[in-house]
Design a protein around this ligand. Sequence first.
Ligand SMILES: [Zn+2]
Length: 236
Amino acid sequence: MRLTFENQRVLAVVAHPDDAELLCAGTLARARADGAVVGVCVLCQGDKGQPQPPLENLVEVRRQEMTAAAELLGAELLAGGFSDGELFDDSASRQTVIELLRRFRPTLVLAHAAADYHADHRAASQLAEAASWFAASAGQKTASPPLDAPPALWWMDTIEMISFVPQFYVDVSQLVDVKRQMLRCHQSQLARGGDADFSPLETLLLRQCQTRGAQAGVQAAEAFCTHAAWKRTRAW
Ligand SMILES: [Zn+2]
């Protein structure tokens, strides 16, 4: 069976500038190859992920890095502008994310799993779930008009695959290099590993997609679950 993303608009809603690379960039690249419009919505600025020595203009550097990565993917980049560690599922933040979703108008949202390791990932998970529902509600007013229907929602794998039992896998065997090239755009973060050419972050990326691939009988894969809730499930 081959899943096709034809005619879809696929948006990854992630907490930090380099999360999509680790968890869903291969799937986004496949979607784009199928003719889908793809986007990455990065909620936090990455303003607290300082390398040594620290960068005074870290926010600007990380914006440039995520812009370069999105360009490699051919993805539209949306930014939430939140500070790292200050992402919460509250009323004002929901309004922001609802408006971002209404600007992109996704048919499928990829979101962090509820049990992921970082508090920002967990907050991003809750925000993506709530906002992708309310984005289609006419009662929730923002600058842009509501969506026709809530998008489908897939939970992404967790970092290092902890506490995540996949429902299905997307074969990204041909797209590992895209993930690596995108990750290499984030030099400020690779520098945190001490060796820019062989950083723990790149090791983690390869280990994860190869392990998920081994579980699915292919070279590399990304793992997901569908959001099994009323009006959120879809037949593909
Ligand atoms: Zn993150």
